[in-house]
Design a protein around this ligand. Structure first.
Ligand SMILES: Cc1cn([C@H]2C[C@H](O)[C@@H](COP(=O)(O)OP(=O)(O)O[C@H]3O[C@H](CO)[C@@H](O)[C@H](O)[C@H]3O)O2)c(=O)[nH]c1=O
Length: 596
């Protein structure tokens, strides 16, 4: 165990208290008191002290030493809480010295009543001793600074953030012998931080100036020393770093920092989650709980990546019944495991049915009579549907109609159709068929009293068969990694976040609407691939295969013709979708290259 760790002890709240006594600074401080007391008496009595005055000097020094230890302990001065010469240490030192000085004045009054000297003399001792204590700390800092020389192999590093976290990190980097990263400058957007300096490290500019500052400072690494950096900020920094061939490091999450402080060895690479993830959404639980609690809820496609997480989240709102429908047995088992913690598949809550089978769908709705439906069942692989458009039509359009009709027949009150950004300005069979499902949902909203609406969002991170697991496999296999186009971008969201917003949208949407989730900024697929390769430490080749039929370079969340309005939730906007019955959808059928 290192001396530092031996000095740490966690309190009941998980915060670190440093408890070990640090004697050297205490010895220096009592030496300061002794020198100040002796000097004051010698000077006042013309360098000739009587025996009783010598005794008084000894008594006062002993009193000062004891009081300094007592008050210093209370103020954590000798318990390694503060950095040497830090503002916090100076404040604790001043409190301690004044309390000690006051004790000494009282002792002087009591013990020295028979000796002829003014009390103001004792008062003069306090600033003298304090000035010397400041001095010892200043010397200590100078010594630290002199020792602070970069390791020859250390990487020149820019630190983003000149707040508590950044400045503490720099102190640690500079004073840790053999540290791998050597700070050469800080960046901060706050004007009040523009003059911050820690040791030799100054604020060189703002985050916007990162590209120029990387070049100017000859930096080879950037550390994001911001307690909770936003995902868009991380993405932006990573993009710049990729361009300038600079390594990006991030610090541990805030709760870990609170537990054990910051140390250069805690710096870690930016992950794909950092790049793809987004800020947590603020979900209004009342809106959700109101329509799910005590309701019979049915989810189609419950075995899929989105359907299963939806089921898991719905179950937390205590529905009267949660019916999970899928045509895939294994998917149903996964969903059951997530919801109930068992995968026995022996109860009525799991239903094996294909939405293409209108009779089966009608029967299951008649049996369970759901009040709320989330329709997540769909065929989703864009290139596959380009090759088998008829299959896309059967599941995504006819299957959706089957579910809508069965829902209307049993009086479903709320129907949420899960759509995709591919349905906006569609160019693929997947897009056209999902767009058709939006039209049908809107149309059914007109035929019933229920709220029938769609929710549209972009790619979800790590869904089964999507880019992220595919890249992982390709890297495991040693590559090459196939990228359709170097410039291709997609909007990303985590599955739990998408599901939360879907539940929220179901609470606030009106019939005939498409609720569009705020997906943040699109992310370049090539950057993700490069990051994954860098994290694997392998030498993986990237090959460009060309955009596939129907695949867009950049997705849109809304069609050009759509009039988008804000909704009651800041992360959700909405637009009306034209209600079209199946017979009116023939043009869609034709565009999907499916000849009827
Ligand atoms: C698998 C793979 C993908 N890509 C590219 C193609 C896309 O531009 C991007 C993301 O690919 P995928 O994860 O397959 O997602 P994408 O084609 O956009 O479509 C998905 O995302 C949609 C959401 O918009 C879902 O509705 C679809 O069901 C789903 O298939 O990465 C590559 O460059 N190389 C690859 O090997």
């Amino acid at each position: 165990m290192t001396a530092l760790h031996a000095a740490e002890q966690t309190d009941g709240h998980g915060l670190v208290r440093r408890t070990r006594f640090s004697p050297y600074q205490y010895y220096f401080d009592i030496a300061c008191w002794a020198v100040a007391i002796i000097a004051a008496y010698l000077i006042y009595y013309n360098f000739s002290l009587t025996p009783s005055q010598v005794v008084l000097v000894i008594v006062l020094t002993l009193v000062a030493s004891t009081a300094q230890l007592f008050f210093g302990w209370l103020a954590f001065l000798y318990r390694r809480r503060f950095g040497a010469g830090s503002f916090d240490e100076i404040r604790a030192l001043m409190k301690t010295a004044f309390a000690t000085g006051l004790t000494m004045v009282i002792a002087d009054l009591i013990a020295g009543y028979s000796i002829d000297h003014p009390v103001t003399m004792s008062l003069l001792i306090i600033p003298t001793a304090l000035a010397m204590m400041f001095g010892t700390r200043y010397v200590q800092r100078l010594r630290q600074l002199a020792r602070a020389v970069p390791d020859r192999k250390a990487t020149r590093t820019l630190v983003i953030g000149a707040g508590e976290v950044g400045t503490n990190l720099i102190r640690q980097m500079v004073t840790t012998p053999g540290a791998k990263y050597w700070p050469v400058g800080m960046l901060d957007d706050a004007p009040e931080k523009s003059h911050v300096q820690v040791y030799h490290v100054k604020v060189l500019g703002t985050v916007r100036e990162l590209p120029e500052l990387i070049v100017q400072a000859g930096a080879k690494a950037v550390v994001v020393a911001v307690a909770e950096p936003s995902k868009p900020m991380l993405r932006e920094i990573q993009a710049i770093a990729d361009e300038y061939d600079v390594n990006v490091k991030v610090i541990p999450p805030l709760h870990e920092l609170l537990e054990r402080g910051i140390h250069p060895t805690d710096l870690r690479d930016i992950s794909t989650d950092d790049l793809l993830g987004r800020e947590p959404v603020d979900t209004n639980v009342e809106d959700i709980a109101g329509y799910l609690a005590g309701a019979r809820v049915l989810v189609t496609g419950a075995g899929g990546s989105i359907g299963s997480v939806l089921c898991e989240q719905i179950s937390r709102f205590h529905p009267a019944e949660l019916i999970m429908v899928d045509r895939c047995e294994t998917g149903l088992q996964t969903a059951q495991l997530m919801v109930n913690g068992n995968g026995l598949l022996s109860t009525k809550e799991t239903v094996l049915a294909d939405i293409r089978d209108s009779d089966a769908v009608r029967e299951l709705f008649e049996e369970h009579r759901p009040q709320v439906v989330f329709h997540a069942a769909a065929l989703k692989h864009l290139p596959m549907l380009e090759r088998y458009p008829e299959e896309g039509w059967k599941t995504n359009v006819v299957g959706t109609l089957n579910v809508l009709e069965a829902a209307a027949a049993v009086g479903v009150e709320r129907f949420v159709n899960i759509s995709t950004d591919k349905a906006a300005n569609p160019t693929s069979v997947l897009g056209y068929t999902k767009r058709a499902a939006e039209h049908l949902t809107s149309w059914m909203g007109q035929q019933t009293d229920g709220r029938y609406l769609s929710v549209r969002f972009g790619n979800v991170i790590g869904s089964r068969g999507s880019m992220l697991p595919t890249f992982t496999r390709l890297i495991e296999q040693g590559g090459p990694l196939t990228i359709t186009h170097p410039e291709v971008t997609r909007y990303f969201m985590t599955i739990p976040e998408a599901c939360q917003l879907v539940l929220q949208a179901g609470g606030i949407g009106s019939p005939g609407e498409v609720m569009i989730l705020d997906m943040g900024q699109p992310v370049k697929i090539l950057n993700i691939a490069k990051r994954m390769i860098a994290m694997s430490g392998k030498d993986i080749e990237i090959v460009y295969t060309g955009l596939r039929d129907g695949e867009k370079l950049h997705e849109d969340l809304t069609s050009d013709s759509e009039d988008v309005r804000p909704s009651a939730h800041p992360k959700i906007s909405c637009t009306a979708v034209e209600p079209l019955s199946i017979s009116e959808l023939t043009y869609v059928h034709a565009s999907t290259k499916v000849q009827s």
